[in-house]
Design a protein around this ligand. Structure first.
Ligand code: NAD
Ligand code: MG
Length: 384
């Protein structure tokens, strides 16, 4: 039996790699849904190759173009934000790969969870914003959430077979990004193109920027808290520039399990799509015989203050991670358009966290309101 996949965010870095995995395993997976925001040409090309039941183009002004290009096929075409949520709530697929970037991924992912669907989760912002509600709903609806983020996939893999064994702590590894070892006097002049040159991974622009500022690791601490039901004190970040150990779990007896491999997102994507199976593949493999060193160091939180802000949000909880995420999205997109400097991004997040009123136990509506309030205030700081 083929697993029917709904790929939300199919034109992105994760989405296109997921389609490579699916194309390599046609007897195991079929594509039921593809969605994209802007890139109508790639969406059409993907639809012609994979013949999904449905596609959704987020940007409604591109609907006619997609519709015309697929008129001779059986693929149904929808457009707009609402359609993303409606298609996610349909009972025509087995697993959603949530690979939309940012807060925009929350509603479709929640709709899938509400349906009790399995979710392979790349969209970490969903858990950063509303991890409590999403995980509660996932338990209620028996919707398995399988992480795609490489660190969380590593932890998930380390935990297989350990159901009865409490975790002592997890160690999230961070590559350190392109500016590892740099200080504020250097970072103040950094521009978009430099920030997007990640040493180990090729990713979308938003997460690449987050990796350069270490906000990505901050978001991942919060993601880990919800995925693995951890207390904030149990989450440690360690810089490991080679990105070979993708993360580790220490158990109560002090034993540490690590998951290793070359940095290649196709592996965690494949693992999440095929779970609980492991599939053969032709991905390059890590060679222990080559001269190589695996090194570890503490993150420089004086320079990369986003980690401090994210730690504060992790410990305080409530709507603070949601506010942090919204302000960060505004700051990152402003940076990508050369509207703010590299270090200003952290200031925008910090000041927005101070400004938006704290809510200890937010409802879903509260999260949407906090997100909107944070975006509005962050935008005024940047004069957008
Ligand atoms: P990307 O920018 O390459 O792709 C994003 C996808 O989402 C595209 O298909 C785009 O059309 C769609 N999209 C963008 N804005 C949208 C909106 N407002 N509404 C609906 N769809 C929208 O991003 P990516 O690098 O593939 O990352 C996707 C998610 O996976 C992010 O949450 C990221 O943090 C996470 N992730 C990515 C990687 C990676 O290696 N790229 C690794 C770990 C986690
Ligand atoms: Mg990651």
């Amino acid at each position: 039996m083929q697993k029917r996949i709904a790929l939300f965010g199919s034109t992105g870095s994760i989405g296109t790699q997921a389609l490579d995995v699916i194309a390599a395993n046609p007897s195991l997976f079929s594509v039921e849904v593809l969605t994209a925001q802007q890139n109508d040409e790639l969406l059409v090309q993907q639809a012609l190759q994979f013949a999904p039941n449905m596609v959704v183009i987020g940007d409604e002004s591109r609907y006619q173009k997609v519709k015309a290009a697929l008129a001779h096929t059986d693929t149904k075409v929808f457009a707009g934000e609402k359609a993303l949520e409606e298609v996610a709530a349909m009972d025509c697929y087995d697993l959603m790969l949530a690979a939309i970037v940012g807060f925009a991924g929350l509603k479709p992912t929640l709709a899938a969870v509400e349906m009790g669907k399995a979710v392979a989760l790349a969209n970490k912002e969903t858990l950063v914003v509303a991890g409590d509600l999403v995980m509660k709903k996932a338990i209620e609806k028996r919707s398995p959430i399988i992480p795609v983020d490489s660190e969380h996939s590593a932890i998930f893999q380390c935990l297989v077979g350990e159901n009865l064994n409490p975790i002592d702590k997890i160690i999230l590894t961070a590559s350190g990004g392109p500016f590892l070892g740099k200080k504020p006097n250097f970072l103040v002049n950094v521009k978009r193109d430099h920030a997007l040159q990640h040493p180990n991974w090729v990713m979308g622009a938003k997460i690449s920027t987050d990796s350069a500022t270490l906000m990505n690791k901050g978001l991942e601490m919060i993601e880990a808290k919800w995925l693995f039901n951890l207390r904030p004190e149990q989450i440690q970040v360690l810089v490991h520039p080679q990105s070979i150990i993708h993360s580790m779990v220490q158990f109560q007896d002090g034993s540490v399990k690590a998951q290793m491999g070359l940095p290649d997102m196709k592996l965690p994507i494949q693992y999440a799509l095929a779970f609980p199976q492991r599939l053969p593949n032709t991905f390059p493999r890590y060679d222990f015989k080559k001269p190589n060193t695996l090194s570890f160091e503490e993150p420089d939180t004086k320079t990369f203050r986003n980690l401090v802000l994210a730690t504060e949000a992790l410990f305080k909880g409530g709507n603070l991670p949601c506010v942090l995420n919204a302000a960060n999205e505004i700051a990152v997109y402003a940076f990508l358009r050369n509207r703010v400097g590299f270090l200003d991004m952290t200031d925008v997040v910090e000041r927005t966290m101070e400004k938006v009123p704290f809510i200890a136990q937010p409802s879903l509506e509260d999260y949407f309101e906090s997100d909107a309030a944070a975006r509005e205030f962050a935008a005024t700081l940047i004069h957008l």
